[in-house]
Design a protein around this ligand. Structure first.
Ligand code: ZN
Length: 136
């Protein structure tokens, strides 16, 4: 049980996102960004096999092609940092049932403290964000 990302897998992910449904604009940006990078059939298979969260997709895209600035960039690099240094548990930290896929910030302040982040499964993450953003 438990989903571990191998370095190889990470590399595959970071290489690209072709084959996903994206807006024409997005595809064009991706194309420009990924010029010269080819995907192996195996990598494509891997990419098809997973359901991607919005966040994961965004983390995997080329650094430069979004017009993101300031907080968003900070948020994204912070996410990367947390993913790199935190230890992914084998189970979601809320339901202790599903394997976790996403890193979620606990305080909403996006601090550079590992204790301020938790690994959640898809459904708990969605729920958690909904509660966090939705209402008081
Ligand atoms: Zn969960």
């Amino acid at each position: 049980m438990g989903y571990k990302m191998t370095p190889e897998h990470r590399a595959n992910i970071s290489k690209g996102l072709k084959g996903k449904k994206q807006s024409p604009e997005h595809i064009e940006k991706n194309r420009l960004c990924h010029t010269g990078i080819k995907h192996t059939e195996e990598a494509k298979q891997k990419m098809r096999g997973r359901v991607w969260s919005y966040e994961t997709r965004m983390n995997s895209t080329c650094e430069n092609h979004h017009n993101w600035k300031g907080d968003k960039v900070k948020y994204r690099s912070l996410h990367k940092w947390v993913r790199k240094y935190s230890i992914q548990p084998s189970l979601c930290e809320i339901c202790k049932f599903n394997p976790p896929y996403d890193i979620s910030n606990i305080s909403g302040k996006y601090t550079r403290k590992l204790s301020d982040w938790q690994w959640l499964c898809r459904s708990c993450h969605r729920l958690y964000d909904y509660i966090k953003n939705g209402k008081t």
